[in-house]
Structures are given as structure tokens and as C-alpha cells.
Design a protein around this ligand. Structure first.
Ligand code: NAD
Length: 506
């Protein structure tokens, strides 16, 4: 491994740590949060998160703002203007947002710049979707006009994880505002700053006060409040499967719908007839970009037996050549993990896999060299020699750790790939299109990529199967997830209903 060049820290003015409570900037009164820069462990900001009292205040302000007819009765193009203004605000501040997010999460600037651009696009898309989404005149059965219309739900809580905060925030906040709701956003404690910056941009858009809050804080404190409070009509959650399960149980008590974007252990599949260069690039990007901290990381690789050894040898060689480095270095491919605690958790997964019989093909430790000593770095790691029932093949690591397994034929592959609790994504490399179609149909998963991986379109719905969640985000129908459908029947006959006619006609 080559020694890292000294990178000058690109500084950025960070949000001051106050929370955005129903349109007011206020110091939190909940548990302390420390945001660190994982590249060197330096402290970005120490702030107090939101307490239950802060949350209740935000809810009261949101209720008042959402009930205001000036907001509820806005025409679609008028409401869309706020979404366009937020999109413009994000685009104008994209570099600043990228740097704040890099400091919060350790992601490369290259990636956080792309995430900021994507967040702006998301607001713009939902503004356009709002302006062009129709309500329905449904087929009449008799003398009545039958309509299906959509109303705002009221107050929506958006709970997001730390791995891509600005993108996951936008994916929930944009359609929920487009639906005419008030939104209370709770980002994860490891990444509170970029969501607070989003609050500043939303405020500058002129959105009426109270309709948006940003409440970082402990899940058990502010997170629980948002799920349990009777005035919250819907929770949209992205995070770990166990948290999602707990939240769904709480939501069931008040019969509240929840959408859950949860974890994954996604299979990637290389057939003997694949374009090897394309497959190698896709597998490397699928697992090691974002240092593997991605719900859709392709973390279980299945390679057809006849090419297994050759392909894996090339993959190991290419993995060892990845550039591990500072998030500000444009050449960096693998940046530090989000936090030292998370790195320890990833290392523990690998140590346990090895203790249980896995063979370490590369990585499995922190990189050596002075440049890496102060950061939460971990080497891209490949494990082999286990069966699909091993814990390392079943549990989400959420780090740069790939496990490789051979397969014999299509039937064997489909059985192994589906033999997992998760069902979020899948990647298939083959030149045989009918075969890729068969496999794509047979794998229980929300998304399939064929000869590519981790590509997204805001127009295409996204979500998981099995323990990877329920519900879909994105796409034109994304707004409807934040609205209540209502049926209206209007009599056209002008006559009394015949059932009651004998009583009402003299
Ligand atoms: P997490 O479940 O620990 O936390 C997610 C969010 O939930 C945070 O804001 C957290 O504070 C909050 N939370 C925790 N306990 C809560 C409670 N009792 N009530 C309400 N809120 C609570 O997840 P994480 O570690 O922040 O993120 C990593 C996980 O997110 C991984 O499992 C990853 O796969 C998943 N993820 C999924 C997607 C997807 O779209 N499917 C995308 C990104 C990340």
C-alpha cells in the first residue's frame, strides 16, 4: 500500500448546533451529541439533541402550520414553488452541503457532491410530480359521479440513518411536503449537521414557519416520541431492520402506516459468460464504494464454479489496488467508516467469521501507515470458504466486507441467493439476456441490476422485500404514500334513493 499524500483540510463553516424546532432555531435540551470527522477523529460540533419537550413543541407548531388553510389550499403549482426554491437552494449551496456531509460522515467529497446534486433533483422532481399528478374520475356505476381524490395526511415524521443523510432526507421530505403535510425530520446522531443545513435552506425558501423541523437526537427519546405521538399520522423510516421492527410494533398500537427502508445482504451474481471487466467493476463498486456502508451493498458474491477461482483471484488483486484515503483526496475510492465504534463493529464481524472458519483473502485489518492512524479506516476485505448458512452470509455488516461463494447452475444459484432474510437488491452479470431475465424474476428482492450496480433514478420506485422493509419511495406515486385517498360520490339523478322512496313520496 502506498503512503497517503498530505491532504489539506478543506474547511467549511458548520451549522452552529441549534435545532430547527417548528421554524425556530433553538438549543436542544436532550442528550448530548458529538459529531466527529472520521478521517482524523476531530470534533465537528457538540450539541444537545432534541428532548421529548422539544419534540412536543415542534409538533404543536407543525399542527398549527399544517392546519392553516393558506398552506392546505395552495394550488399544486403554488406548493411546487417551495419545492423548486428548496431545490435551487440546495444547488446553490451544493459545495457547502457536500463538505458538511463529508465532515459528518467521512464520505468522499466526490460522493457527497453527487448526493447534494441528487437531493436538489429530488425536490425538483417532486415539485414537477405534484404539478402533473392527476386525481381520478372513476367509472360510474349508476347515476353518480365517482371521484378518487387525495388529501394531506397531516404531520409526517421522517427518521433517517447516517449513511447518506442529505439524499435520504430529501427522499422523504420532498414528497411529504408535496403532499401538503408538515414534516418533522429526525436524522441520526452521528450525522446531524447536514440535516440542520437543509433546515437553513428550507427556511430561506420561505416555506411557512412550523411546516418543517429538524430534530436530531436519541432514537429512544425523540424517535420514540415521533412514533408514538397521536398527532403524527405517518412515519417514514430508513434504518436497521431491528429498529424498523420495533417501530412497526409501536405504530401498530395506533394503527399508523409506516414505510420501512431497512437493511440488506444483497447477492451479486457472475455467470461464466459475463463480460469480466464489466463484472469486476460492478462488484468492486457494489461493495466497496461508500466503504460498504450502503443498504444495497452487494455483500454476497456468487460466482459460477467454472470461472470461480480465476475471477476471485482477479477480484482480490483489484481490491488490493483500491485507493484508500482521505475523503478530500479526489483519487480516494475507499474513505474512512462513519465512526470508530462502527469500525470496531465491522472488525468484530470479520474476526468472528474467521473464527468460524472463513478464509481471509484480503483486508481484515486497519491499513498501516501514519496517514491512517487517526482515522476510522478499514481495509476492503474479502472472505471465502464458508457456506451460505454461515453468519457472515446472513448478517448485514454495513462495511467494506464481501463474502464469495461458488454456484453450480441456475437452480443452485436461485436457491442460495433467496436463502436469506433480506431482499433489497441483486446484481447479475451475464451476456445471456433471457437468462438474466429468468434470474431477475426468480430472486425475491426490490431492485435488480443487470450488468450494472447501484444505479438509481428518482423516477423508479425503490424499496425492499422480506426483512428489507415494506413500502416504496420515489417515482410519481411517491407523493401518494404521504396522502390519504378519499372517495367522493355525487348524485346526478336528483331523485331520492328508491329504497326509501315509499316513505318520502306522498
Ligand atoms: P438505525 O436503525 O440504528 O437508526 C436509524 C434511525 O432511527 C436513526 O435516526 C436513529 O436515531 C433512529 N432510531 C433508533 N432507535 C429508534 C427508536 N426506538 N424509535 C425511533 N427512531 C429510532 O440505523 P443506522 O445505523 O443509522 O443506519 C444503518 C442501517 O440503515 C443499515 O441497516 C442500513 O441497511 C439501513 N439503511 C437502509 C436503507 C434503505 O433504503 N433500505 C438506506 C440506508 C440505510
Amino acid at each position: 500500500m502506498t503512503e497517503m499524500p498530505k491532504i489539506e483540510t478543506l474547511d467549511v463553516e458548520l451549522p452552529d448546533g441549534r435545532l430547527f424546532v417548528g421554524g425556530e432555531w433553538e438549543a436542544g435540551t436532550g442528550a448530548e451529541i458529538t459529531s466527529i470527522f472520521p478521517a482524523d477523529g476531530s470534533v465537528n460540533r457538540v450539541l444537545r439533541g432534541a428532548s421529548r419537550e422539544d419534540g412536543v413543541r415542534a409538533i404543536e407548531r407543525a399542527k398549527k402550520a399544517q392546519a392553516d388553510l393558506a398552506w392546505r389550499n395552495l394550488r399544486p403549482h403554488e406548493r411546487a414553488r417551495y419545492l423548486y426554491a428548496i431545490a435551487d437552494g440546495i444547488a446553490a449551496n451544493a459545495e457547502r452541503i457536500a463538505r458538511i456531509q463529508t465532515r459528518d460522515t467521512g464520505k468522499t467529497l466526490r460522493e457527497t457532491r453527487a448526493l447534494a446534486a441528487s437531493a436538489a433533483g429530488t425536490f425538483r422532481y417532486f415539485g414537477a410530480a405534484l404539478e402533473t399528478s392527476d386525481e381520478e374520475l372513476t367509472t360510474r356505476r349508476g347515476d353518480a359521479l365517482t371521484l378518487s381524490i387525495y388529501e394531506p395526511l397531516g404531520l409526517v415524521a421522517a427518521i433517517t440513518p447516517w449513511n447518506s443523510p442529505i439524499a435520504s432526507d430529501a427522499q422523504k421530505v420532498a414528497p411529504a411536503l408535496a403532499g401538503g403535510n408538515a414534516v418533522l425530520l429526525k436524522p441520526a446522531s452521528w450525522s446531524p449537521l447536514v440535516s440542520l443545513e437543509l433546515a437553513r435552506i428550507v427556511e430561506a425558501s420561505g416555506l411557512p414557519k412550523g411546516l418543517f423541523s429538524v430534530l436530531p437526537g436519541a432514537g429512544r427519546e425523540i424517535g420514540n416520541l415521533l412514533v408514538e405521538h397521536p398527532d403524527i399520522a405517518r412515519v417514514s423510516f430508513t434504518g436497521g431492520t431491528e429498529t424498523g421492527r420495533k417501530l412497526a410494533r409501536q405504530a401498530a398500537e395506533k394503527l399508523m402506516p409506516v414505510s420501512l427502508e431497512l437493511g440488506g445482504k444483497s447477492p451479486t451474481i457472475v455467470f461464466a459468460d459475463a463480460d469480466m471487466e464489466q463484472a469486476l467493476a460492478g462488484i468492486l463498486y457494489g461493495i466497496f464504494s461508500s466503504s460498504g456502508q450502503s443498504c444495497i451493498a452487494g455483500s454476497r458474491l456468487f460466482v459460477e464454479r467454472s470461472i470461480h477461482d480465476e475471477f476471485v483471484a482477479r477480484l482480490v488483486q483489484a481490491t488490493k489496488a483500491l485507493k484508500i484515503g482521505h475523503p478530500h483526496d479526489p483519487a480516494t475510492q475507499v474513505a474512512p467508516l462513519v465512526h470508530f465504534d462502527h469500525r470496531d463493529a465491522v472488525a468484530a464481524h470479520v474476526a468472528r467469521a474467521v473464527a468460524e472458519g472463513a478464509e481471509l483473502l484480503c483486508g481484515g485489518s486497519v491499513p498501516s501507515g501514519a496517514a491512517y492512524e487517526r482515522g476510522a479506516y478499514y481495509l476492503p476485505t474479502i472472505l471465502a470458504g464458508v457456506s451460505n448458512t454461515a453468519r457472515i452470509c446472513r448478517e448485514e455488516v454495513f462495511g467494506p466486507v464481501l463474502v464469495v461463494l461458488p454456484f453450480e447452475d441456475e437452480a443452485d444459484l436461485i436457491r442460495q441467493a433467496n436463502d436469506n432474510d433480506y431482499g433489497l437488491a441483486c446484481g447479475i452479470w451475464t451476456k445471456d439476456f433471457p437468462k438474466s431475465w429468468r434470474i431477475a424474476r426468480a430472486i425475491t428482492t426490490g431492485t435488480v441490476w443487470i450488468n450494472t450496480y447501484k444505479q438509481f433514478s428518482i423516477s423508479t420506485p425503490f424499496g425492499g422485500e422480506k426483512d428489507s422493509g415494506t413500502g416504496r419511495e420515489k417515482g410519481r406515486a411517491g407523493i401518494r404514500a404521504y396522502m390519504a385517498q378519499k372517495a367522493i360520490y355525487v348524485d346526478l339523478s336528483g331523485a331520492p334513493l328508491p329504497w326509501a322512496a315509499p316513505q318520502v313520496t306522498p
